[in-house]
Design a protein around this ligand. Sequence first.
Ligand code: FAD
Ligand code: DLZ
Length: 508
Amino acid sequence: MARLGLIFGDQLNLDHAVLESLDPQRDRLVMGELHEEASYVPHHAKKIALIFSAMRHFAAELRAAGWTVDYHSFDPDSPVKTFTDLVRRACDQNRIEEVVVSWPGEWRVLAEVRGWENALDVVVTVLPDHRFLCPLEDFETWAEGRKQLRMEFFYRQMRRRTGLLMEGDQPAGGSWNFDADNRKRWKGDPPAAHPMRFTPDETTEAVLGLVADQLSAFGELDGFDFPVTREQARRGLAHFIRSGLPWFGDFQDALPDDEDYLFHSRLSSSLNLGLLSPREVCEAAEQAWREGRAPINAVEGFIRQILGWREFVRGLYWLKMPGYAELNVLGNEQPLPDWYWTGKTRMRCLARAIDATRRNAYAHHIQRLMVTGNFALLLGVVPKQICQWYLAVYADAYDWVELPNTLGMVMHADGGILGSKPYAASGKYIQRMGDHCKQCAYKVAETTGDSACPFNALYWDFLVRHRDRFESNPRMTMMYRNVDRMDPDRLAEVRARAARVRSDIENF
Ligand code: FAD
Ligand code: DLZ
């Protein structure tokens, strides 16, 4: 009897727990391009192409290393549509005593796996997922008994635990956090860096043809240039360390109108597919600082995103699921505007962020947080609808990372489990951090009237609507002081404008 290892499409790491536990001489592996996984949200065409191509390359690597891999290529007419179908077929065709997987990236998939012992009458073993630095049990221990879970404290513990960016027991560079240095507006100097581009090989070309014919739901497929192998991802990392990292910190929050990446790394898709490990990415950044090739504010800021935020949201996801996905503490009822899918809005910042998303299956963090996210927060969009959008449109999107970022960080729909306050901001913030407003059909200096920037009225209205929840939050005192300074008639006018924006949102 053999054992069967199922390799999920986002776990393409050679230090995979399943590979460590099985025997290539005796056991077999299965991987599948599955209808259910490719369609449970309307994924961006580039995201599907990336995952399928990276899976095919990884299967070839496994075979070259001596593994027997049953690879199921996408076939719309195949009865094999789900992970369960795939495993059932493998068990029917071979004498399998045990199915082994590594902890999947989605609660939905874990629930499916947990059902196999009954449904398929087979022993199922779920091993840890080596794509992360903090084991889930350690996150649980860290979270236990804490009144609040805050990334900053978790991050410091991770620095100590991993030794990354440490001098003995002290933070390297003399501080845990250099965020105060990281809020510069970018005026074109130095020129923006671009992620390394990878020309599709034969395998990727075949997948692009398949996706174009059968799977395109959203976004452009042209110009596909993602790294699809570990070797390419390593080159992409080295390129970023050289060309983007030195300025990553300074311009981390900038919002230029005409640069899709600025100094961001576009490494998330490789990290989330297992092509790069978080440790090697952080070590490469740290080494650049130690050799004087990048300043501490850039390197610490970058490492914090991976060692801090990435690990924190993943721990929180597994701690709080499945209930977390149902939360909507602000009681939002507004549907997601249709133009989130088409980009057809006259609000320049939103049109640019959605256009980049459609072209690249990518938008940088500040576009996600302060443009598309902030607007959905202020408008009061139903959390499930905006979460589904983020899960569909980005090449790096999987439930474990998308959900806490959207439902928690952006929508505050978890009531503050992830962050102490919502990132609500008016058009002024977007004006300060970039140059969209100069080219916008709406006037950022105006709050009421037909040409006023819609963010402005929605911002004040948001604060008033949720006063009971937020006015005693010490981090929002200033905001409520400003609300109270407003003349009541003026405030009524502002709120009337917000109501008009909300009721006619498809036409903005
Ligand atoms: P960089 O800016 O170069 O940052 C370096 C790395 O840090 C990223 O590659 C990523 O691995 C990590 N990172 C940075 N911020 C976060 C964060 N908040 N949470 C987790 N990891 C982080 N990231 C995803 O990987 N998948 C998602 O589905 C996703 N959805 C998001 C939804 C919303 C509403 C928001 C506000 C953020 C989301 N993020 C998500 C986090 C972040 O925006 C992306 O990781 C980042 O934009 C990816 O681009 P990059 O690789 O150029 O990142
Ligand atoms: C996102 C995705 C897509 C589009 N397609 C597949 C697929 O065909 N096969 C697969 O194994 N995984 C795919 N994934 C990722 C899954 O939806 C899911 O997030 C992970 O497999 C869980 O670890």
